[in-house]
Design a protein around this ligand. Structure first.
Ligand code: F3S
Length: 389
């Protein structure tokens, strides 16, 4: 591939991976079984990114393993309803088409593990969405570094990745214990925990926490925690006794960071810089919603009418299940909008709203940093109530 025998795109891809391997001291390439590509929204990529993808497609680039895409900047079927301009939609579609020409599944979701890209324990993969990377490493026990857009695409086009970091046993051991002495039940609690722990871990220079003190966590709780730990602490792997698969047999590290109820309250206050009466945008689905969460929204909205712009962000296949189960009809009858394939962060909505209510600590960070919205972090059901208020 490096010699160009497999075409220009594979050669370029292998050059990227060899350079990366040299930087991190990898001694070999290893095969990967799946890839998740981030950097899909035209809002982030711009013309230069689109041109790079076009060149890779024209150069014969072809995914050699199962490859899925992160959210795009719009709902690919329903973008007009979300207020996306035709100019943006045209450029975004070109991005998706370029990936499709390379044989990439155009699922456009940050929860590929909910819609068919589900690696098993110990499998080597190359994923590039920080929340999904953390979920794959910690919850599934698969092995991936936190890839960037170009290195993930390169892994897709070659089927390999340099063997370093989280692919190796030695880098998967915990280096700090996070002792949770607080009530952590709902997604927003897990998000607040991810922020409090993530910031403390980053400050201490730790990268693989052993999180103790939690009795249970649902898939939805864990995806919220993963998103928040990755956002606020750059964490790509954690262990949680009784919950994550590699925790068994690990000793808790001696360095202990305690997270108290007071710590979580403070963190929550830091994300609540709006008043509830100021909220003019409501969004659930960061990371993308599961079908169980969509069912709950439908239940809460049945027979009611929302008064705010309310986005339900999820993967297209999950939306299709919601269609068949009648949830879509109930939700849309209440005036809420499905935003499949996209999310409130990667869509081009900068400055369009004043204040957003959400249950996601990650969404709070980017809503402010990227789109300039003030935020209100609430439990899931109360987010829906905020849309009705
Ligand atoms: Fe997913 Fe968008 Fe949140 S990509 S993790 S819903 S910022």
């Amino acid at each position: 591939m490096l010699d160009g025998d497999y075409g220009r795109a594979a050669q370029k891809a292998m050059q990227i991976l060899v350079a990366l391997g040299k930087i991190y001291g990898a001694e070999r390439m290893i095969p990967v079984s799946s890839v998740q590509i981030a950097g899909v929204s035209y809002d982030n990529l711009g013309e230069a990114g689109l041109q790079f993808l076009d060149e890779m497609a024209q150069g014969g680039g072809r995914a050699r393993v199962l490859t899925t895409l992160n959210p795009a900047g719009m709902d690919t079927e329903n973008w007009q309803v979300l207020g996306i301009s035709p100019e943006f939609a045209e450029r975004q579609q070109k991005v998706i088409d370029a990936f499709a020409r390379m044989g990439v599944m155009t699922t456009c979701t940050c929860t590929p593990y909910l819609v068919g890209n589900l690696p098993h324990f110990g499998e080597h993969i190359a994923w590039a969405e920080s929340s999904a990377v953390c979920y794959a490493n910690a919850v599934l026990g698969a092995r991936t570094n936190r890839e960037g857009g170009p290195s993930a695409l390169a892994a897709a086009l070659t089927g390999v990745t340099p063997d370093y970091g989280f692919h190796q046993d030695k880098d998967r051991l915990p280096d700090a214990t996070v002792q949770v002495d607080a009530t952590v039940v709902e997604n927003d609690d897990f998000g607040a925990l991810g922020k409090a722990a993530g910031e403390a871990l980053r400050k201490g220079g730790f990268s693989v926490p052993y999180i103790a003190g939690l009795e249970g966590a649902s898939v939805e709780n864990l995806k919220s925690l993963c998103a928040s730990l990755a956002t606020y602490g750059g964490i790509a792997l954690f262990h949680m006794p009784g919950i994550t698969p590699e925790a068994a047999g690990l000793a808790p590290p001696g360095k202990v960071i305690t997270i108290s109820q007071g710590d979580l309250d403070l963190v929550r206050q830091s994300m609540n810089d709006a008043q509830i009466g100021e909220v003019d945008f409501v969004s659930l689905g960061c990371p993308h919603l599961s079908i169980r969460e969509i069912a709950r929204i439908a239940e809460l909205l049945e027979g009611k009418r929302v008064t705010k712009e309310f986005w339900i962000t999820t993967a297209r296949p999950t939306k299709q299940i919601a269609d068949r189960l009648g949830y879509t009809e109930m939700i849309e009858a209440a005036g809420a909008k499905f935003a499949a394939d996209t999310c409130c962060v990667v869509a081009p909505i900068k400055g369009r709203f004043q204040a957003m209510a959400t249950d996601s600590a990650k969404a709070c960070y980017y809503a402010y940093a990227k789109n300039g919205f003030r935020t209100f972090l609430l439990p899931f059901d109360q987010v829906v109530e905020a849309a009705l208020r």
